[in-house]
Design a protein around this ligand. Structure first.
Ligand SMILES: Cc1cc2nc3c(=O)[nH]c(=O)nc-3n(C[C@H](O)[C@H](O)[C@H](O)COP(=O)(O)O)c2cc1C
Length: 248
């Protein structure tokens, strides 16, 4: 595409370049996808208020988010498997966020490691953590986030049970992709993705797709207190929810 003018152009490029299973992963929801449609419809309703006959010099969207100066009140939400959307996806996204001046949140379900992202950025990024039963895993990952100088812990509370995502099941979503005939046929048209992916360090690693068990009942959170599993985090926290997209 010679000239990119809007998000829809980027989406068309993205669809053309990315294997179907990863495109569908990002562009669909669970079960009937009602929440996915509702979220998109909510964004469609947002309008910018027009102001006329006012002095527009020196206007700025700069503000602070949990004490950090940001170019606009936006943070990149955690998105699992960004590193399968394109080679080194998490690193690329973190660098783009840094360049623009907004925070990047690294998902627990990332392909690039906390250390890799830290090594390729200069600004601290945020780290997202699921509430999990395996406290040793949580302790270890919090230690890594602290060592990598992450400036906030974003706790995701709404994944006690995985919603069934029909397209992921049908596509046989896995990272790296299993080389079935339909996947191979799809990859043949996404050769650029494949070549770039082969160059990454993460692609050479076998990615463990098994998550330690989520805590089905996080009682400490329900009582509004930090879960004991995050007792070792001393910096700011925010609570994320995929339903309302809130980071507070
Ligand atoms: C493809 C995809 C992957 C996501 N992965 C994660 C994740 O790994 N961790 C997490 O806490 N939230 C994850 N989310 C939820 C988002 O971070 C965000 O909370 C949600 O999309 C709502 O934000 P929005 O209102 O800006 O769309 C994911 C969302 C999408 C669409």
């Amino acid at each position: 595409m010679a000239v990119i003018t809007c998000i829809d152009d980027l989406k068309r490029l993205y669809r053309r370049r990315t294997p179907r299973m990863f495109y569908d992963y990002a562009e669909s929801g669970s079960y009937t996808e009602q929440t996915f449609r509702d979220n998109s419809a909510d964004f469609d309703l947002i309008r910018l208020r027009q102001k006329v006959a006012v002095d527009m010099t020196g206007r700025s969207t700069e503000t602070t988010l949990i004490g950090e100066k940001v170019a606009m009140p936006v943070a990149l939400a955690p998105v699992g498997m960004t590193g399968m959307q394109c080679a080194d996806g998490e690193i690329e996204a973190a660098r783009a966020a840094e360049k623009f001046g907004v925070p990047f949140t690294l998902s627990t379900m990332s392909i690039c490691s906390i250390e890799d992202v830290a090594a390729h950025t200069t600004m601290p990024f945020w780290f997202q953590l699921y509430v999990m039963r395996d406290e040793d895993f949580v302790d270890a990952i919090i230690e890594r986030a602290k060592r990598a100088n992450c400036s906030a812990l974003v706790l995701t509370l709404d994944l006690q049970i995985l919603g069934q995502r029909h397209k992921d099941l049908k596509n046989g979503l896995s990272a790296p992709p299993k080389l079935t005939l339909p996947v191979l046929l799809d990859l043949a048209t996404k050769w650029r993705w494949g070549i770039e992916m082969l160059r990454t360090r993460a692609a050479a690693l076998a990615i463990s797709w098994a998550m330690p068990g989520m805590s089905a009942t996080p009682p400490a959170w329900q009582a509004g207190r930090p879960n004991s599993s995050t007792r070792n985090w001393t910096g700011p926290r925010s609570h994320a929810s995929a339903i309302n997209g809130a980071a507070s």
